[in-house]
Design a protein around this ligand. Structure first.
Ligand code: PLP
Length: 381
């Protein structure tokens, strides 16, 4: 089955009791048992809930995985992955990652004796040089947030083949429509479903997908033991979002391309990062592992100051100034003072995240209007 068909049909069946074509919102905490231990597969909604289960199955199918798990946020999903580790274990992570992931690693799990090494994952030698007998997990985010580096998933997984070291890919930016990490050798895929999967800026949720039986058992155990699950209403919303995922992503990609080209030709703009440009440092990898280049575009102004960035941010009208990304509406953000404020300036500059760097989540409005909006904002510089 092709992915557009899966987006609509995978994991969901008409409701067995009524025939309802849409999975009902099973807003219930518990399930009546016919006799002690005799039940219909559901005992308590932290452990399992039919609406959440339909979503978990749908996501597993989209990622070509076998097991799906959904959580109350993307960070709760990452938290579950980290809890498979123990004190003394080490994680090698990319150095251009979501600010909240960096905070969870360095400010929470580091205190429990897990060691994190942040490396430039575009350089495989650097990844190798930071692995040792304590390494248990490689954390790969690609494309990265906000610099849109593209990490070669197949090459990274080849480094650890047969070693028992797990590779988890944060697939939030690409979604399974553009990139399927399990097919490229990753053990685990993580999503902030808050973003493109939900797609309508109305829910916070996270997800994991794997094909690894043993890993799945551990993750389900932690999901149920720690209890950071999502509710049935939110599960319904993301199930609904997924039904148009392939159509939305196509529109995000088309608009992203138009906006990226406009920015590239603008005299006030110093540089533009978008994986579809042939001069993007990882363009060849993007061509190899992705089915499109997405609607995330990052650019830096010639006047590289926070003030100049703020001028642009406060003068767009269709691009709303907000954290988050991946919704149908366009958003504009300033990583250095917003999403990535938790990352020290020296670390930011190392990955090219400058004081004036602006990140766009290009929505699915008419591209001409989006370009006009940016053009007018640039006139204030
Ligand atoms: C938003 C985001 C997260 C965190 O997800 P939440 O749903 O906000 O907890 C993790 N990774 C990436 C790439 C994100 O964009």
């Amino acid at each position: 089955m092709k992915i557009g068909t899966k987006a609509i049909h995978a994991g969901v069946q008409p409701d067995p009791t009524t025939g309802a074509i849409m999975t009902p919102i099973y807003q219930t905490s518990t399930y009546v048992q016919a006799a002690p231990g005799v039940h219909k597969g559901y005992e308590y909604s932290r452990t399992s809930n039919p609406t959440r289960k339909a979503l978990e199955d749908s996501l597993a199918a989209l990622e070509n995985g076998t097991y799906g798990l959904c959580f109350g946020s993307g960070l709760a999903a990452i938290d579950c992955v980290l809890k498979t580790l123990k004190p003394g274990d080490e994680v090698v992570s990319g150095n251009d990652i979501y600010g909240g992931t960096y905070r969870l690693f360095t400010k929470v799990f580091a205190h429990f004796g897990i060691k994190f090494r942040f490396v430039n994952m575009q350089n495989l030698d650097e990844v190798k040089a930071n692995m040792n007998e304590n390494t248990k997990l490689l954390w790969v985010e690609t494309p990265t947030n906000p610099m849109l580096q593209v990490i070669d998933i197949e090459a990274v997984t080849n480094l650890v083949k047969g070693s028992g070291i797990k590779v988890c890919v944060d697939n939030t930016f690409a979604t399974p429509i553009l990139q399927r990490p399990l097919d490229l050798g990753a053990d685990l895929v993580m999503h902030s479903a808050t973003k493109f999967l939900g797609g309508h800026s109305d829910v916070v949720m996270g997800a994991l997908v794997t094909t690894d039986d043993e890993l799945a058992e551990k993750l389900y155990f932690i999901q149920n033991s720690s209890g950071a699950v999502c509710g049935p209403m939110d599960s319904f919303l993301v199930l609904r979002g997924i039904k148009t995922l392939h159509v939305r992503i196509k529109a995000h990609c088309e608009n992203g391309e138009k906006v990226a080209h406009f920015l590239k030709s603008h005299p006030k703009v110093a540089s533009v990062r978008w994986p579809g440009f042939t001069d993007h440092p990882n363009h060849q990898i993007a061509l190899k592992q992705m089915d499109g280049f997405g609607g995330m575009v990052t650019f830096t102004l010639k006047d590289d100051t926070v003030e100049a960035a703020h001028k642009v941010l406060s003068n767009t009208h269709l691009f709303s100034l907000a954290e988050s990304l991946g919704g149908v509406e366009s958003l504009i953000g300033h990583p250095a003072s917003m999403t990535h404020a938790a990352i020290p300036r020296e670390e930011r500059l190392k990955v090219g995240l400058m004081d004036s760097t602006i990140r766009l989540s290009v929505g699915i409005e008419d591209a001409d209007d989006l370009i006009e909006d940016l053009n007018k904002a640039f006139a204030h510089l």
